[in-house]
Design a binder for this molecule. Structure first.
Ligand SMILES: [Fe+2]
Length: 228
């Protein structure tokens, strides 16, 4: 399997390129528009045919590369059915299969950070978007976020995956590349709570500033931004 984890330094976003091998079909998760040329060159160097691109949710901190990649490669754009993006080709529901050559992902509806947030399970690993971060979890104070939904997504869905499942989030701010469900269950400070109310209390007291690009990014990601 080909598995590339690319990092956007400006927004600390991780983007994933997945394929079963050189010369085969590929899929990209959570691309950042500024890095489109880099993705295209990785695809070219490995002779990959990009057929699908997924955004785990409507991002508020960067402009997605989903629409630009689709414009350049004709790949299909995928998000969850709750997404308010106007440019999506395939809307998935909870527990649907997304297939490319020799690879299958399963969608898991994990609202809470936003009401359109999905995670995607691929065999031994799960792409968690901003729902579950390494040593953290996504904020729940805008874009239809809800700490009780987030609690359910975390405790009733993601943490129920096998403990050895590798966790690949959409961001990390301290250079950690991946984790495991077991590690997050035992060590993530946000997950050491005993009730949804306790989780909601933590989330209500984070006092975070809005992301710098929020106004621009959300509207661009809903309309489907391209570079020209
Ligand atoms: Fe996010």
């Amino acid at each position: 399997m080909l598995f590339k984890q690319l990092f956007d330094t400006k927004s600390s976003t991780y983007t994933y390129i997945v394929s079963s091998g050189k010369g085969r079909e590929a899929l990209i998760i959570d691309p950042v528009i500024d890095n489109t040329d880099e993705y295209i060159s990785v695809l070219k160097n490995l002779d990959l045919k990009l057929v699908k691109v997924i955004d785990t949710h409507i991002h508020a901190d960067h402009i997605s590369g989903l629409n630009e990649l689709s414009k350049r490669t004709k790949c299909s754009k995928i998000m969850g059915e709750q997404s308010s993006s106007e440019v999506i080709d395939i809307h998935v529901k909870d527990n649907e299969k997304i297939k490319i050559e020799n690879i299958e992902l399963i969608s898991i509806y994990t609202p809470g950070h936003t009401d359109c947030s999905y995670s995607f399970l691929m065999n031994d690993r799960v792409f968690t978007g901003d729902t579950l971060l390494i040593n953290g979890t996504g904020r729940t104070d805008f874009q239809g976020g809800n700490p009780y939904d987030a609690y359910n997504s975390l405790f009733k869905k993601l943490l129920k995956l096998p403990e050895k499942t590798l966790v690949y989030p959409a961001h990390d701010y301290s250079s950690k590349k991946y984790s495991t469900i077991e590690n997050e269950k035992n060590n993530n400070p946000r997950l050491q709570v005993s009730s949804p109310e306790e989780y909601a209390e933590i989330m209500a007291n984070l006092k975070l500033e809005d992301p710098k690009m929020m106004a621009i990014a959300i509207s661009a990601n809903k309309k489907g931004f391209t570079l020209d």
